[in-house]
Write a protein that binds this ligand. Structure first.
Ligand SMILES: NC(=O)c1ccc[n+]([C@@H]2O[C@H](COP(=O)([O-])OP(=O)(O)OC[C@H]3O[C@@H](n4cnc5c(N)ncnc54)[C@H](O)[C@@H]3O)[C@@H](O)[C@H]2O)c1
Length: 320
């Protein structure tokens, strides 16, 4: 797809982060956008930002509250879109919504684990199922599924369990790669891409807490996990109170946003350029490119302390 003007795009998780920036940049290129999110408030802000410049005559930006892990809600989103965008077809589908969390089979509840997996994987799968009939009706279409560097490297570092998110992101990558052939055989006017961002400056850490706990405060289990994470990074937490741990977690969410090597706006541009260049694999950020290279070079070492430390030193990651 060489340009987006006059097209119709669906974006899941359009309330903040990369979803918001995709919406803004698509609208700036004259593309209609229908987005969903669990937060009506965040989407209202995205819509406001899209409309700061007067929208060209007839361009539509619509918002729809829907949880991507619940098929009935996605179907309602699709039906609202058909009505409010006055269309039976879409050209672009960005399955972008995602959260972290639920990393451990031991220290997280099954409910949390499955919440992360069902949003990050189920949301992509159900998104494709729900919107495929509308893509089939367009003259050209593109499905863009957001995985992660965790779609080829199942870790965020030493001392942190990361099973639900990694399993989901590997699934998104495998599904999208297999979809290339399925589409070529059965719907050659539709292309697909898997997006694998490195560390991008978004509010995913605080949004994850909102979706998983509906609270800004850590519960006792999360306090224990934060202690484990810090201990794994070589920080002795035995003298720190629970309130201090709470404060460290809040600062970490802010630092995740502020210290990232790539902004959400830069990421959205890389994604949209990748679609225009017809690339099926879109790595986002130098850290993602370097990690991809390193994992390919020495897969057997990928989960050793030595691999992680030398990678962090090279790219300057300050995750924790
Ligand atoms: N930020 C990073 O470093 C990074 C790295 C690799 C991959 N990713 C992936 O990029 C995508 C976008 O994340 P982001 O970093 O922009 O985060 P973000 O939290 O800023 O944006 C995600 C949006 O999805 C929404 N959302 C969460 N659960 C939802 C649900 N069940 N249904 C509908 N909407 C839901 C959130 O409310 C939020 O508005 C995610 O799939 C994430 O896993 C992010």
């Amino acid at each position: 797809m060489k340009d987006f003007a006059g097209k119709i795009a669906v974006i899941t998780g359009g309330g903040t982060g990369m979803g918001r920036e995709l919406a803004r940049q698509l609208v700036a290129e004259g593309c209609n956008v229908a987005m969903c999110d669990v937060s009506a408030e965040a989407m209202a802000e995205t819509k406001r930002q899209c409309e700061v410049e007067r929208l060209p005559q007839g361009l539509r930006v619509t918002t729809h509250v829907a949880d991507v892990s619940i098929e009935d809600q996605l179907k309602r989103f699709r039906d609202e879109l058909i009505e409010q965008q006055a269309t039976e077809r879409i050209h672009l589908l960005f399955n972008n919504a995602g959260i972290g969390g639920g990393g451990s089979l031991f220290t997280n509840s099954r409910e949390r684990w499955e919440r992360t997996f069902n949003i990050c994987w189920g949301g992509v799968y159900l998104g494709v199922r729900t919107f495929l009939p509308l893509l089939l009706k367009a003259d050209e279409g593109h499905i863009v599924n957001t995985s992660s560097v965790n779609g080829f490297w199942a870790s965020v570092g030493l001392g942190v369990s990361h099973t639900a998110y990694s399993a989901a992101k590997f699934a998104v990558k495998g599904f999208t790669e297999a979809l290339i052939t399925d589409l070529r055989l059965n719907a050659p006017h539709i292309k697909c891409s898997v997006v694998m961002p490195g560390h991008i400056g978004t509010s995913i850490v605080s949004n994850t807490r909102k979706v998983q706990s509906a609270s800004d405060q850590l519960n006792p289990n999360e306090i224990m996990q934060t202690r484990q994470r810090l201990n794994g990074m070589g920080i002795d937490t035995s003298a720190l109170s629970d309130d201090q741990i709470q404060q460290i977690a809040l600062e970490r969410a802010q630092k995740f946003h502020d210290d990232a090597p790539t902004t959400a706006a830069q990421a959205a541009k890389i994604i949209l350029d990748g679609i225009k260049a017809d690339r099926w694999r879109i790595l986002v950020g130098d850290d993602a490119l370097k990690l991809d290279e390193r994992v390919r070079q020495s897969p057997e070492k990928a989960y050793t302390a030595e691999f992680y430390q030398s990678f962090v030193e090279e790219v300057g990651w300050r995750l924790g």
